[in-house]
Structure formats: structure tokens, C-alpha cells
Design a protein around this ligand. Structure first.
Ligand SMILES: [Cu+2]
Length: 305
């Protein structure tokens, strides 16, 4: 275990720069090959942006999130304009086992779902002030970061920080999934997407800082919510024609929208089940359409030193 002297400032910790080995050759093909990457010293927020913080931002700026705006008719050629209402993708567990190669079985497009109504109209943030904000698109995250005098990390910066000083460890805390039986992250326990055992006590997202910090003092880097990075995901990279099992992730691979630019998201979420989506690891990555929002993608900010 690396010992790091930590300096904290405004809820951020200084992650010392340097070379690290990024990626993994052990899990999903999109993570390899392992390569050495150099990053600079960086202030990294201790935890993802919370609903309380995002509410301050919205109050101050009047920002309207992507999920609150009606989709553009030009993005949906042939769609009935009456169907182009604001909304977002909400996870809905199934009643029993389902084929895992079809994410539409557990992701539902819910009109009126957005950050303030994470499960759809009628739901609220009551009791969720300290949960990470979700249903935010890439633009919402970058706008927030600018308002906060920060920015989003690159994928390399994010992964370096998430590794907490451990070289090529599987998880943000080491190689053991649950060291001495301790649950280290808010991920899915049970058979996805219907049996949610949640031994950690959280059925969906959890308040930040409820699981142990990594070696740099960062919380919730893996599990809980995926986090936006600025790194682009090549549109040429196939995402939907991989064999079932490989293809699989808790995350929707393609929104109902036509193709938009994608960015890398990192860290996995509370919906990652090891039997299905072992992505609550620093090396794991997915491409997320910039205007696609869901109930398990949030973000954290960083600042150059
Ligand atoms: Cu996952």
C-alpha cells in the first residue's frame, strides 16, 4: 500500500502527478493495451458532485439540463413531434431473469425524469442531497465545472487518481474484491437485473463518502455512479456488435437518439454486477453519448495545481 501525504483544499485533494500504467489486459478488450502515461499534479474533488451542490449551481445560473429540454426534431427524423418530450433513462429492475444482451429490458425512457426527479415525475431529491447528481449530460457537467472554477478530468487523469497509487491493481483498493469481507464500493450484489441484495444498504445510488476512500483520499471513484471525462470515444469503435457477455454492461450502449459524439465515462456504477459487468474498476471504460443521460452517470471536477 502506498502511503501518500494528503493535502486537502475546498473538498479536493492534491493527487501527485507522475507516470503510471494505464488500462488493463485482464478484463474487457476496450481497456487494453496497458501503456505508461504521464500526468501532472492535480487537485481532484474528494467525491462526485452532489445534488446539493448541483442545486446551488442551478439556482445561481438558471442552467437547464439536457434531460429537461425537448429533444431536437432533427435528431429524430420521422419521429412524431408529440413524442419529443424531455426525459431520461431510468433503471427498472425486471421481475426475474432476462437475456442480458438487451439493455432495453431494464432501462426505461421516462418522460419528465431529470436530476430533480431521478425516478421520474413524482420522485424527488428528498433524502438524496448528498447523493451524486445523476441524469446529467456531458454539457451539464462541463458547465457546472466552469461555474465551480474547475474542469472535468481527462480519462488518464481520472484513472491515475482512481488507482490511488496502486500499480495495476484490479480495484481502487487492491486486488481483493471484498478484503476481509468488507464491501468497498456501491456495486450490484445478486443476479442482475432483478435480484438486488444490496448488503451495503443502498438500493440505488448512495450518499458520497459511505465507502472507504482510496489511497489518495478519494471517495466513490468506483461504483455508485459512472463519471464523465473529457476524453473522446472513437465513433468508429464498435459498441453494439460485440458478442453477448462481452457487449454486456449495465449501461445502455446506445440511446434512443441518433448517433452523437461520445465521451469516455469511468468508474462503473451501483448497477455493475461482477457476473455481468465487472466495471467498478479504475481501468474500466465505456463510451457515453454526450447528450444521453441516465440515472447512474454523474461526474466529479478537478483543477490544475
Ligand atoms: Cu456496469
Amino acid at each position: 500500500m502506498t502511503t501518500v501525504t494528503r493535502t486537502a483544499r475546498h473538498g479536493a485533494v492534491l493527487v501527485p502527478g507522475g507516470e503510471f500504467r494505464m488500462g488493463s489486459d485482464q478484463f474487457y478488450p476496450e481497456e487494453g493495451p496497458v501503456r505508461t502515461v504521464l500526468v501532472a499534479d492535480l487537485w481532484v474533488d474528494e467525491h462526485p458532485v452532489t445534488n446539493a451542490a448541483f442545486r446551488r449551481f442551478v439556482k445561481d445560473t438558471g442552467h437547464v439540463t439536457v434531460a429537461e429540454r425537448p429533444p431536437e426534431p432533427r435528431d429524430f427524423p420521422g419521429a412524431d413531434p408529440a413524442d419529443l418530450v424531455p426525459g431520461s433513462l431510468v433503471f427498472t429492475p425486471t421481475n426475474g431473469p432476462v437475456p442480458l444482451d438487451d439493455w432495453t429490458r431494464w432501462w426505461r425512457w421516462v418522460p419528465g425524469a431529470h436530476w430533480r426527479h431521478p425516478d421520474g415525475p413524482g420522485s424527488s431529491l428528498h433524502g438524496r442531497d448528498l447523493h451524486p447528481v445523476v441524469h446529467v449530460g456531458f454539457e451539464d457537467a462541463t458547465t457546472y465545472a466552469a461555474w465551480a472554477g474547475r474542469r472535468l478530468p481527462t480519462e488518464a487523469e481520472w484513472e491515475h487518481a482512481a488507482r490511488g497509487g496502486l500499480d495495476q491493481a484490479t480495484y481502487a483498493w487492491g486486488d481483493e474484491p471484498e478484503p476481509r469481507g468488507r464491501v468497498m464500493a456501491n456495486r450490484w450484489f445478486g443476479r442482475f437485473p432483478w435480484e438486488n441484495l444490496h448488503p451495503h444498504g443502498f438500493e440505488r445510488t448512495s450518499p458520497v463518502k459511505r465507502f472507504p476512500a482510496n489511497g489518495y483520499g478519494l471517495y466513490d471513484v468506483t461504483g455508485n455512479v459512472w463519471e464523465w471525462t473529457t476524453t473522446g470515444w472513437p465513433t468508429s469503435e464498435p459498441v453494439d456488435d460485440e458478442p453477448p457477455g462481452r457487449h454486456a454492461c449495465c449501461a445502455p450502449r446506445r440511446s434512443e437518439m441518433t448517433e452523437h459524439a461520445r465521451r469516455v465515462i469511468k468508474g462503473g456504477s451501483h448497477l455493475c454486477a461482477p457476473s455481468y459487468c465487472l466495471r467498478y474498476r479504475p481501468a474500466a471504460r465505456q463510451g457515453q453519448e454526450v447528450r444521453s443521460s441516465t440515472g447512474h452517470v454523474g461526474f466529479r471536477c478537478v483543477q490544475g495545481s
